[in-house]
Ligand binder design. Sequence first.
Ligand code: CU
Length: 471
Amino acid sequence: MWMPSRRQVLLSGIAAAALRPMGAKAQTEPVTILQLQRRTIEVNGKPASVFGIRQPDGTYGIATEVGKQFRVRVENQIEQPSLIHWHGLTPPWRQDGVPGISGPPIPGGGNADYNFPLSFGGTFWMHSHEGLQEQSLMLAPLIIHDGRGGSGEQEIVLMLNDFSFTPPEKIFEGLKKRGSMPNMAGGGGMRTAGLTRMREPAPAPDLNDVKYDAFLANERTLADPEVVGVEPGGKVLLRVINGSSMSNYHVDLGRLAGTLIAVDGLRTALVRGRRFPIAVGQRLDLRLAIPRTTAAYPLLAILEGERRQTGIVLAAGRAAIARVPELAEIASPPLTLALEWRLRAKKPIKARKPDRVYTLNLTGEMAGYVWSINDIVWNPEIPPLQIAEGERVQLNLVNRTPMSHPMHLHGHPFQVVEIDGARFSGALRDTVLVPPGRRVTVVFEASNPGLWAFHCHLLYHLEAGMLTTFK
Ligand SMILES: [Cu+2]
């Protein structure tokens, strides 16, 4: 992320801290304190200095309820500026948490206050949008309960992260030096599947630019995974959050059959299965039925295109917990749009002719790790794309690169309505994966005035300039 100039910071004043006018109800709700902290965790048996977002009592992130106000004070206790984005929520523009676009970062030792209504529930998350802090785990779950768990359903949050002992700035430098080297050899079985309507077959996609030291599930690896006790015969609502900076996974439920009930927090028609793809920034809400027998059930996330995996273990009764290997038996395939194509929004947005259509080509130059939108590398001088309030906006996302890009819109959920020219009433969500050579069309209602970021959620692509804004 770019740093705003001193002048911009002064001009925008304490915008991030600006409170919205409050109703009587809002004033009576208690403020939740979130502290941005530096802390040490253990990864592969070694200490790792990372960030964290905790309440004073140690709670990781926030769990709250639909209909309440999101009344939060962020206290920045680290020695550098930071700003937290509420991924998937629709706050007023100034509270969206993107430095230089929604407001200035919070200086070290400073605070910012947030107060806006929570009009829908689901599985969301929060993360720093400042620099590369997200890679160092400046992130946490943000759960808004709306009764979807049903009574007696046990809720389990599964946060996925990629981890490196190399500082993120060094990782980024290395990427720029090395460039991205697409695998053009086409080594068989790596072609994109599904609705390909391109004249030529896609080259093998370029996966996993960064070689990570570990993949974390709730901050632990499979060498010492989290074990969650569950009731034999019970029901579980599993909320999976891909908080990784650069890594897509296949969630593998093993012997448990799951029912997908929501993506990115928003309800879909039910999809049953044992394996579900999850791209960077996305979430999956999965309903699991635990068999009546005493047993242990690993819930895994297998890195796209590789054998490396992470996960947690559900223990039903007094089950013996066997060691789960950190390598799957076979490499997983690249993520495709096969699931996206099957998803149907439970409450689709009303069909209507778009008032405005933007075609956004996802572009880049592999040699220097340059990533862009319509060949424009983001900088603060780039004028925002214009939208009038109330318009129906259609975005045609066309990937002209050999890497897939999880594209995220701030401030508005969108509906996926077309893949490679084929119309359908797809999922409502906030982050959609556009694989190499593919074209994905989304629509949204411009109901939230302000200046909004739209970007690739791969952290180093974002840092390299794969961002634009809508006004
Ligand atoms: Cu990207």
